[in-house]
Design a protein around this ligand. Sequence first.
Ligand code: FAD
Length: 472
Amino acid sequence: ERQLVWFRSDLRTLDNTALAAAARRGPVIGVFLRSVEQWQAHDHGANKIDFWHRGARALGDALSGLNIPLLHREIDTFDEAPEALLKIAREYDISGGLHFNREYPLDEWRRDEGVMDCFKRAGLPVNGYTDAVAFAPGELLTGQGDYYSVFTPFAKAWQREVDAERLALRDTPSAQTRLPIDNDRIPALPEAAGKPIDAKRWPAGQDAAADRLERFLRYRARHYKKQRDFPAVRGTSELSPYLSLGMISHRQCLQAVMNENGGSLADGDAGLTSWVNELIWREFYQHIAFGYPDVCRHKPFQRHTENLAWRDDDGAFAAWCEGRTGYPLVDAAMRQLVQCGWMHNRLRMVTAMFLSKHLLLDWRRGEAFFMQYLVDGEFGSNNGGWQWAASTGTDAAPYFRIFNPTTQSRRFDPSGEFIAAFLPELASLPEKARHAPPRDLLDEIDYPAPIVDHKTARTRALDAFKSLKDNH
Ligand code: FAD
């Protein structure tokens, strides 16, 4: 009986739960639904859409090696998915049913529920698998039976409960007998998808991802704890785009760590175990998106912060987006985002806090802007990171903890190397002056004065949060 595997953000043949399960039952046909309009409605921009597109092509090649054809269909929005898939099931005589790996943000979950209903009504089997996370949302709950809302106890429970079976790599199917079905040629993206950055920066596919993981483990993982906060050092894995579209799985990453670390995820090399912790953060935010679906409806996790008096200042927002705030680390970071489709984690925290606290602009504007440029844009982590920085979320930074962008700069980019790389206008300054260029030089180097004064802005943000508390 033929099986249909619907690939979404799990673009790999290795360690793919849905694919492995389907292949055990019968010959497999794959399908990818391209939904540019829907992706754009979720704020995904040209960089991520292009990466998705190249990932689908790379998946098609990998599947070809197993004689599995990959069909390609265009839909505008998620609500067209049930019909599109059912049509394929009928056209290609898929009696074995549909298989896919579950996704947890609200719209994706609803899309999948719609597909399941539709297939059930048509009398066709349909299976959703837990794949992107070790524990499906709901499997790890607090003693009171609630979803965790704080990371540390979640991570402890995760470490305690995780076992070999959950992390075991799923079988890669062996090549099947060729079916009389050709691979669809995946057409170029429509112009409306926008113009992405150079594709060479983020080569797509599971081979590129495996290569990155291997290089990270060989050269950087053991120094990760010490180096991960310094944007001028290439200290992190840069695997986020690959994890977000499933060109590599968390199990592949964790198995590789265990291989290097005497079988352990929690003890042993400090670099490796702190990297594991970051992968657990990713899972935590997927649970949050599912367990507290209001965050998917543009609501703050801490509801009372809904009343915060965010300022309305398009000029300040534009300066932040374009890297013209006059705070070199913030500006260099924003240029990194736009030029590379990626930003270092330390800088995501610094820039997000700058927008929400120093400029007192609604974090949702920043969340959307990040999404529009990130190759790794992922709802749970992006929303979680933004709400953390804005002190509206889980584990939120206490509202009175406001990074001083200049101090952060001195601490995490001590020689101003990162700043000079992305703000060439500051490269001629002595290293120490790059964190806060002298006012009398600004005209000459064509760099703006700080858009806000740190102390004044800090007080303004504290007042806004305090008045919220008073009224709460
Ligand atoms: P590494 O340090 O090598 O970490 C390994 C993996 O762990 C990452 O690839 C990622 O999948 C996961 N991870 C690491 N840090 C975090 C974290 N804080 N939260 C959740 N997962 C994490 N990450 C995204 O994948 N997509 C996003 O859209 C995203 N938006 C963010 C927005 C803000 C405001 C903040 C503060 C963080 C955001 N992050 C996001 C988390 C983090 O910044 C990136 O995952 C990380 O910078 C990616 O680089 P890396 O792959 O080298 O990470």
